[in-house]
Ligand binder design. Sequence first.
Ligand code: KIV
Length: 273
Amino acid sequence: MSITSSRDGTTVTLATLREMKQRGEKFTCLTAYDASFASVLEDAGIEVLLVGDSLGNVIQGHDTTLPVTLTDMIYHTRCVSRGRRRALIMVDMPFMSDAVTDQALNNAARLLKEGGAHIVKLEGGEVMAATIRLLSERGIPVCAHLGLLPQSIHKLGSYRVQGRDSQSADKILADAATLVKMGADMLLLECVPAQLTEKIVKAVDVPVIGIGAGPACDAQVLVLYDMLGITPGKRPKFSRDFLQDHHSVHEAVMAYVKAVKRGEFPGPEHTFN
Ligand code: KIV
């Protein structure tokens, strides 16, 4: 099996990821919040560095991602940009920074202009359609985050699998199609049943990244600290401690890249049905 990755020396762009999808070749994503890890991750073959608002949990020690500010995201994106050479940098729009369409345009532009992001990620279904259309029309690439939306935790009540009944599954599927039509360049599915993921991957022509969404996705993402086994408390079912059997972060990340590209991760034990 040929394994293409950012280790080949070519810059990763949206076109690279689309071509990989067309070839049926998986790509890999991990969260990164600083220059040192950005450099280690891309040396180990990671194609997409996600400056996730999970930094609110793992860096800042909050219970939720809600307190994370745009200033925090710009700061960490700048740090990651300095350590990155080839990988694509995707950055979360923090809680409510995308709630008003015009402000979302301004805030997303700041993540690109001041931080060095290449694509922004925002949480939400059909309600984000107008914002995604505007950003897309103004040349800002967007990844639409569907399924479990951590920024809606107070509405949801708990971090649980979404789309388990047919009504909510149909809604997520319809939202995915709508947002791609509005210009979303990628989708990210968090904690949805593998069967729903399969339908979404078949229904859209953009790359689909998954976390707790089963093996059908074009790419996988994990929170770096979860896959290094250093997040306090219980590790989520969909994650795996790759450092456990390896001697360095570099080796652990290489093992993750290999496992994703070979279709060995996520396995049935990391997947919801
Ligand atoms: O913020 C983050 O780390 C994320 C992942 C859970 C995908 O959005």
